[in-house]
Design a protein around this ligand. Sequence first.
Ligand SMILES: [Fe+2]
Length: 228
Amino acid sequence: MLDRPYRVNPTAAAPVALTDKQMFMLFPTPLFMGKVSDISLCDRVETKLRDLKNSGVGHSSPEGAVLAYMSPDDIQTLPEMKELVDVIMRESGQILDALAVKRDSHYISNMWANIANPNRRHHLHIHPNCLLSGIIYIATPKRCGQTLFVSPRLLSKGLEPTYTQKNELNADVFSFPAEKGRMVMWPAHLPHGVEQGAAEEADERIVVAFNIMIRGKIEQHTAQLSLL
Ligand SMILES: [Fe+2]
């Protein structure tokens, strides 16, 4: 495996080498991404979210603090969200199929929106009590904070060497620019957060987040569970 194998005597026979070498990528973490075909969907959703915020429904940051409004967490039930809910349900169903998840059905267990200062950082976290989590960007000021995903192995590392370069074998952080209309879904155990942005403060970053859960009976010996 070394580029220049160590030899005690250059005249001696070549040392035993390893042949038929293979590398397996074990336990990959899938991240699913796509863009809505009708971007005006985001504008319709934004109108409703601003109505909610202006009517005092949900939680806003205290007066004088950095703007961080969070809607109620059941906005999937609002008629104005049906168009978006339909996309989420269809796409999450396909992802559960790709993951071969046996189920009777699936549903959005929680869905909420954040309207925030575009540069607001959000700590790393996971979404408990669901199988998949996702977001769709509704409004993304230029240079607003990027969503960041980190490998679950990151927090279990006892030793982190310095790398001569980052590559897909050693990188534990993945981020990409926020883009209006882009939807991302991932296994719910994947830690994520939002990086500090560098946008015009007057603009607002709006994201709808959601969790996906299944109904059905998990039939696993010693680990049975009925999910209604
Ligand atoms: Fe989150």
